[in-house]
Design a protein around this ligand. Structure first.
Ligand code: GDP
Ligand code: PGA
Ligand code: MN
Ligand code: MN
Length: 613
């Protein structure tokens, strides 16, 4: 028996394939010791992090962390999907050869954890017992203790999830090595970071970050990229960057479930945590199932489309979160919740935290306050006075049980039937508040042509419009044409087709203000969509879908001028015609795009030609 066997035995890790995997990578990375963790280790690991200065206290049961200043978002251009099949190359997946990338990552990782502990995190990305659980099992290895704490909040963690697998080898091997963050050349030609999913070997190799989706491998690398590939390879499911909510109508007793894809930092978490507006609160309740990922499949017994959230926590954007916009989010990070903040502003003396939009103005007395980089605000030079205190992509991490509107059955094996699928993003103009789409092919077409402005969640320029198919551009695992066909196949096989719609909360006036108040009021267009599906309202047909009439929307209590309302409920035909040419060019880049998608495109184009301007 080696000392490592003793550690694995003591932790009760019996799966022989997992044990071999752990030993292989411990040897390669040169870690000094290993430790198998489960959720029960949280308090001890928190204490160790506080002691080591990896976390700071931010109130009772709240913690503050800072990531390296060049490591504050997912890095899309360093993220790669590798397989042994060149036809897996798509436009956005940065496809590379599996053997080549594996060899490169092994060289990067060799000896790179010397002197450190390698934590072994067995996890499940699904409610226990779910139909997709066989694809949801994984073991992350990481040399970063705060990553473990984030994983415990974001995934179900413990040896019980990997010990008794029907096939002991069916788990995702997810290796994370932080690397020497100060010497990785982030963003320069010498950049040595790589975030690789070797999808056909179900192996994830991430090197060179300790931030969010780069380092918590259950969430994005497994929950989106690997799962998307697995869903396609098995022909069984879709893995999407979707929020998932329930809407309960107390008057009729009916429950509806809506999922939807918006690019990162475009409103998924806020929508999932939505409190019904006061005037509608007596009748409707919104419950949270998921805010970032949904896996969708056809349930064998009912033949219906089902969805579930594979995650166990929330990694939410801090900016603009306040009592007015999102009281639910604030209560999910109350004292005692165990929440961890990353890259917000912090006052070590008072242990207070702050971010832009938390209150209209920053704390009046800036004594003791540090910005997200750890520099004293009071010592800022005049030219830096306007810099934000918190990083625009600063986050809070909290577990689902802390979310006040968490659905009572979020942990149930079955998942929930899906009534509607919506797409949306930050679009300054053209996209109305909501437009319902006629059928599946047009829905998939709409998703593929989703365009949104870049946000701070991914490295890149804020405010520039870019296409983001189904909000999956950073997570695309294989070719877009094959993806479109797989989407048509999975959803097309379902009884009772979901209704598709496109939403936009972010249309702006010429002065830059948002035309629609958003947040809680976003329930109103969603209720309209469900009524449309039920045949209770008719809407108004336009070239690009059905939009609500003013009197069909519940607008009591909405703060909007008649002109602005008119703008967000009108189709700007000349702008749309311009957009159609861009779409044609965009879609032409996809190989094997199904003919049904081209037909949908031509149908919309012809409708626009017939529409008066
Ligand atoms: P996610 O990354 O897609 O989950 O997006 P979040 O829900 O975290 O929101 C990202 C940012 O958009 C935050 O700063 C929110 O305050 C802001 N946001 C969310 N919903 C709305 C909305 O309806 N209107 C406006 N104006 N901002 C919103
Ligand atoms: P977001 O999730 O979509 O809430 O920003 C994190 C991410 O996508 O990196
Ligand atoms: Mn996301
Ligand atoms: Mn979110």
């Amino acid at each position: 028996m080696s000392p490592m066997d003793n550690v694995l035995d003591a932790a009760g890790l019996t799966n022989p394939a997992v044990r071999d995997y752990v030993k292989y990578w411990a040897e390669l990375t040169g870690a000094e010791r290993i430790e198998v963790v489960s959720a029960a280790d949280d308090a001890r690991l928190i204490a160790e992090c506080l002691e080591a200065g990896e976390l700071d206290p931010a109130g009772d049961g709240l913690y503050y962390s800072r990531s390296y200043h060049k490591d504050t978002a997912r890095s899309e251009e360093r993220t790669v999907v590798a397989t042994s099949t060149p036809t897996d190359k798509g436009l956005y997946n940065n496809w590379r050869d599996a053997a080549e990338m594996t060899a490169l990552q092994k060289e990067n990782m060799r000896g790179a954890s010397a002197g450190k502990t390698m934590y072994v995190i067995p996890y499940l990305m699904a409610p226990p017992g779910n139909a997709l659980a066989p694809w949801a099992t994984g073991v992350e290895l990481t040399d970063c203790r705060t990553v473990v704490l984030h994983m415990i909040r974001m995934a179900r963690v413990g040896v019980e999830y990997v010990n008794d697998l029907a096939d002991p080898n069916q788990f995702v091997r997810a290796v994370h090595v932080t690397g020497d963050l100060e010497n990785l050349g982030q963003g320069t030609p010498e950049d040595s970071r790589y975030f690789v999913t070797v999808a056909d070997e179900r192996t994830i190799l991430h090197y060179g970050s300790s931030y969010g989706g780069n380092a918590l491998l259950g969430k994005i690398a497994h929950g989106l990229r690997q799962a998307a590939y697995d869903g396609w390879a098995s022909k069984k499911f879709l893995a999407e960057q979707y929020m998932l909510i329930g809407i309960h109508d107390k008057e009729t007793g009916k429950d509806y479930h809506i999922c939807g894809g918006f690019p990162s930092a475009s409103g998924k978490t806020n929508l999932a945590m939505m409190l019904a507006p006061d005037v509608l609160g007596d009748r409707y309740h919104v419950s949270f199932y998921g805010d970032d990922i949904a896996w969708l499949w056809v349930d064998e017994a009912s033949g219906k489309l089902y969805g579930m959230n594979p995650e166990y926590g929330v990694f939410g954007v801090a900016k603009d979160t306040n009592e007015g916009t999102n009281p639910t989010a604030l209560h999910s990070i109350d004292e005692g919740s165990g929440a961890i903040f990353t890259n917000i502003a912090y006052n070590p003396t008072t242990r207070e935290v702050w971010w832009e939009g938390r209150t209209p103005e920053p704390p009046a007395d800036n004594t003791g306050w540090l910005d997200w980089k750890g520099n004293a605000i009071s010592e800022r030079t005049a030219e830096r006075a306007d810099e934000p205190w918190a990083h625009p992509n600063s986050r809070f991490t909290t577990t689902l049980d802390n979310v006040p509107n968490i659905a009572s059955d979020y942990n149930a094996a079955a998942g929930v039937p899906i009534d509607a699928i919506i797409f949306g993003g930050r679009t300054r103009d053209r996209e109305p508040l909501i437009r319902a789409i006629h059928d599946l092919a047009e829905g998939v077409y709409d998703g593929l042509t989703l365009g949104a402005e870049a946000t701070a969640a991914a490295e890149g320029k804020e405010g520039v419009l870019r296409y983001d198919p189904m909000s999956n551009r950073p997570f695309m695992a294989y070719g877009e044409g094959d993806y479109a066909q797989h989407y048509l196949d999975v959803v097309g096989a379902a009884k009772d087709q979901p209704i598709f719609a496109h939403v936009n909360w972010f249309q702006r006036g010429e002065d830059g203000r948002f035309l629609w108040p958003g947040y809680r009021d976003n329930l109103r267009p969603l209720l309209w969509l469900l009524q449309l599906k039920n045949g209770e309202v008719k809407g108004r047909e336009t070239a690009v879908g059905i939009i609500p009439t003013e009197d069909e929307l519940h607008l009591d209590g909405v703060d909007i001028t008649p002109e602005d309302l008119n703008t967000i409920l009108t189709i700007n035909v000349p702008r749309w015609k311009q957009e159609m040419a861009n779409r044609e060019e965009h879609l032409s880049q996809f190989e094997r795009l199904p003919e049904a998608i081209w037909e949908a495109h031509r149908r919309v184009a012809a409708n626009l030609e017939n529409e008066p301007e």
